[in-house]
Design a protein around this ligand. Structure first.
Ligand SMILES: Cc1cc2nc3c(=O)[nH]c(=O)nc-3n(C[C@H](O)[C@H](O)[C@H](O)COP(=O)(O)OP(=O)(O)OC[C@H]3O[C@@H](n4cnc5c(N)ncnc54)[C@H](O)[C@@H]3O)c2cc1C
Ligand code: FES
Length: 282
């Protein structure tokens, strides 16, 4: 599980003020990784031997290319760890742990709707590619702050997939003005009407979502209301990333009302939305 990735591309993604980066790594991990899994990247500065920062940073797999032995990570510079990562140069080997966690599962047939908030769209790109390879119909609902963000964070790559896109921005500069959940609600009620129904009519819809917690909670509530199965990719702060420190525990509830504790790094990050106890998450 401990492996290395050779930096083959490391570039600014979109407008500089968005602080987004695209990092392509070559290594054996591409052969086994699955959409929804992540890697824990060691972000220590290789020119200064030290153990600081000690903790690896979890980043999702945004693209997996087993034929080229490459994975792509898309990330936002948030703090110290990602600032150090942003200094990695082409030709450097990065220490990786992974692929980690349980990824998304794909339905055999039907339609997959991806619902993304902000940079939550990154892991959904790998999922879209797998679903399209499998012959599924894919639709993206994606909400962001404004047009500049959506274009910077990969809209052209999504447009190249030639799938239906339902875009929304908070300021209305691209797509509908408002929240991505409003678009999802609109599309669900167009298909199923305004009342709760069993989702037995054709086409069978499945939803996968990633983004801010409040958004994923709202997406889950909508899906439950329309009896549409939903997978959510949780983002908890992580320590060890391999199930040892219990730093990333979330609470699930099953149909009988029994609570259980699961580790986001090992049992997730992808869970069935209807099982997540949202108030238990930070
Ligand atoms: C399973 C998983 C997959 C992820 N995939 C991606 C990805 O594909 N692209 C990407 O840009 N980021 C992703 N993240 C978030 C990424 O790990 C954090 O942004 C990163 O660890 C921040 O490290 P830092 O040292 O730069 O910032 P820090 O100095 O540690 O923190 C800076 C700010 O970021 C917030 N932050 C730190 N860690 C997290 C976290 N895990 N979740 C939410 N907020 C956090 C802190 O609260 C703080 O406000 C993922 C996180 C998880 C758990
Ligand atoms: S981060 Fe240590 S158990 Fe999940």
């Amino acid at each position: 599980m401990l492996t290395e990735g050779l930096v083959v591309v490391h570039e600014c993604l979109g407008a500089a003020d968005q602080r987004l980066r695209r990092l392509v790594l070559k290594g054996p991990i591409a052969k086994t990784a699955k959409a929804g899994q992540f890697v824990a990247v060691l972000v220590q500065d290789s020119s200064i031997p030290s153990y600081d920062p000690l903790l690896r940073r979890p980043i999702s797999l945004a693209e997996i290319s087993p034929d080229r032995d490459e994975i792509t990570l898309l990330y936002r510079i948030q703090g110290r760890g990602t600032e150090i990562l942003a200094r990695a140069r082409c030709g450097e080997q990065l220490s990786l742990m992974g692929p980690l966690g349980q990824g998304f599962s794909l339905p055999e047939v039907g339609e997959l709707w991806l619902v993304a908030g902000g940079i939550g769209v990154f892991p959904l790109y790998a999922l879209a590619q797998s679903a399209l390879d499998q012959g599924l119909n894919v639709r993206l609902f994606w909400g962001g702050e404004n047009q500049s963000f959506l274009i910077s964070a990969g809209l052209p790559a999504w447009q190249a997939l030639e799938i239906p896109l339902n875009l929304s921005t908070l300021d209305g500069t691209l797509g509908e003005r408002g929240l991505v959940t409003e678009q999802l609600q609109g599309r669900l009620s167009e298909l199923f009407g305004h009342t709760k129904q069993e989702n037995t009519s054709s086409p069978q819809i499945r939803v996968a979502t990633c983004g801010p917690k409040k958004m994923m909670q709202a997406v889950t509530e909508l899906c439950v209301n329309y009896a549409v199965p939903v997978q959510v990719s949780l983002e908890e702060r992580m320590g060890c990333a391999v199930g040892a420190c219990l730093g990333c525990v979330c609470t699930l509830i099953d149909k009988a009302g029994t609570l259980s504790h699961k580790k986001v790094c090992q049992d997730g990050p992808v869970f069935r939305g209807e099982e997540v106890v949202w108030d238990g998450l930070c």
